[in-house]
Structures are given as C-alpha cells and as structure tokens.
Design a protein around this ligand. Structure first.
Ligand SMILES: NC(=O)c1ccc[n+]([C@@H]2O[C@H](COP(=O)([O-])OP(=O)(O)OC[C@H]3O[C@@H](n4cnc5c(N)ncnc54)[C@H](OP(=O)(O)O)[C@@H]3O)[C@@H](O)[C@H]2O)c1
Length: 251
C-alpha cells in the first residue's frame, strides 16, 4: 500500500484527490482537526493531523514520528496554498511574509525533509501543486505569482538533484479551478466571473494529478490553452505583456 501525504487537505482540490485514492494510506494535514474529521471520518486508511505547516520544528517532529510509524512515505503532495488578488500597493508586509510562509517555505521545508528520506530510500515522488501564476505573471497577482514562481524554481532544482536517486519531482500548474480558493483571492467574485469559461473543475484536475503519481513527469500544465499561452509568454515576453495588459486583464 502506498503512503501518501497531502497538505491543505480540507481544500477543494485535495478533497477530489482523496476520493480517487481509496486504496492508499493517506496522511492528511490541515489547520483544523474537526474539519478534517468531518470530511474524512468515513474514509478507510486515513490519518488526519492538525498542524501549522509554517512551523518547521513541528514539521521536523511530524516527519520523525511518521517514519517511526509508517517506515516510508511514497508520495508527498504539497497542496496547501492561497492567493490574494490585489494591486501591489495594497499588499502589506505581513501579507507578503505570510503567503511566502504557506505557499513557498512550507512547501520547501516539507520537500526538503521528505526528499532527504526518499533519496535515502532511492524511491519517492514529490508533487508540488503550484499554479499557472507561477509561469505567467498577471496584474494583481504580484505576491501570489512571486510565491509560485519561487516554488517552481525550487522544484526545478530539486528535480535535478533527486533524479539520480529515482525520486521524481512534478510541478502541477493549473489555471483557475472552481474551489473555495476564490473566497479569499477574489471576495467580490469579479475575477471568477470573467474567467468562468476557462474554469477547471477540481475533479478533472485531481484525476490528472492522481494519474501522474509514480510517473517521472516534469510538469503538468493545464488547461491546454493556458499551457500554450505560457509557451507564447516565454518566447515573446514583450508582446505577451502587452496582451496581458490590454486584452487578457481579467483581475
Ligand atoms: N483554485 C484555483 O484556481 C487554483 C489554481 C491554481 C493553483 N491552485 C493551487 O492549488 C492548491 C489547492 O487550492 P484549492 O483550489 O483546493 O483551494 P482551497 O479549496 O482554498 O484549498 C487550499 C487549502 O490550502 C490550505 N491553506 C489555505 N490557506 C492556508 C494558510 N494560510 N495556512 C495554511 N494552509 C492554508 C487550506 O487547507 P486546510 O484548511 O486543510 O488547512 C485550504 O483548504 C493551492 O496551492 C492553490 O494555490 C489553485
């Protein structure tokens, strides 16, 4: 049986991934035990843990305990994350600090701690749920994009270091997904309304992620239209900036 650890476990995407993993031992991390119990109480082979993933000493103790009890973790899915879509000058120093703590530093600390164990074992898979915003920056996503660009940079280097030890690193970069993410990122719903026709359903994204488990896949960029936009952005950044400013300015 595979042992799979997922962060941000009560989120919309995580809920769909869990549904697709009935035969695995799941370790689900979240901020609220009651919420996790309510969501996953009836699920077989689930352990849920309330933890502040921004506290690295708590992560250290957790990893030591999990390895004592399970002996191995096959897959880490760094899924916890949030966004605030705001103009750069409306974002506080505290927002900057906190979002990096969750979206980037926690992902790095868990990847670092579990990556080392996987490397020792010569087997494992780290799946980092990042975002299209980590490949293409748009207005009002300066902070969110910065946290996600950093997560991709980290993951790309990690992949190079871990490949010789048969540990895979996959980045997942979805466009907008219909989840509670937007309750915080876009409280008045205006962005969500303007991208409605591009919205991905969480079950579709979850299916694609679950399919990559155990496969040496570099990145999963979706939907196809945004993957193409990302290629265009890399090849023609000046023109892409112009289009992003004048036509595709949805936030
Ligand atoms: N929805 C989108 O449009 C979209 C697009 C691209 C990428 N993503 C990424 O996909 C991942 C999953 O998001 P989702 O769409 O499933 O959104 P979601 O339903 O809001 O779930 C995200 C989960 O992350 C955890 N989280 C959020 N803020 C946190 C904080 N301050 N401290 C610690 N944990 C926090 C929470 O888990 P707990 O409540 O269990 O602690 C939350 O349920 C995120 O990394 C997000 O950036 C989302």
């Amino acid at each position: 049986m595979r042992t799979i650890l997922i962060t941000g476990a009560s989120g919309g995407l995580a809920q769909e991934m869990v549904k697709l993993l009935p035969n695995d031992q799941l370790i689900l991390l979240g901020r609220n035990k009651e919420k996790l119990a309510q969501l996953y109480g009836n699920h077989p082979n689930v352990e849920w843990i309330e933890i502040d993933i921004t506290d690295d000493s708590a992560l250290e103790a957790l990893v030591a305990d999990l390895y004592l009890r399970y002996g191995k973790i096959d897959v880490l899915i760094n899924n916890a994350g949030y966004g605030i879509f705001e103009e750069f000058d409306k974002i506080s120093a505290q927002d900057i600090h906190q979002m990096f703590e969750v979206n980037t530093f926690a992902l790095m600390n868990l990847s670092r701690r579990l990556g080392a164990r996987m490397k020792e074992r010569g087997k494992g898979h780290i799946i980092n749920i990042v975002s299209m915003a980590g490949l293409i920056a748009t207005s009002k996503s300066s902070l969110y994009s910065a946290t996600k660009f950093a997560a991709i940079g980290y993951s790309n280097a990690l992949r190079l270091e871990l490949t010789p030890d048969s540990v895979y690193v996959t980045t997942v970069n979805p466009g907008p997904i219909r989840t509670a993410f937007f309750d915080q990122a876009d409280p008045d719903g205006s962005y969500l309304k303007s991208v409605d026709r591009f919205l991905l359903e969480p079950d579709t994204v979850a299916k694609k992620i679950v399919k990559t488990i155990g496969k040496n896949k570099r990145e999963l960029n979706l939907p196809l239209s945004l993957n193409l936009a990302h290629k265009f952005y890399s090849l023609f950044p000046k023109l892409a900036d112009k289009l992003a400013r004048e036509i595709f300015n949805y936030k």
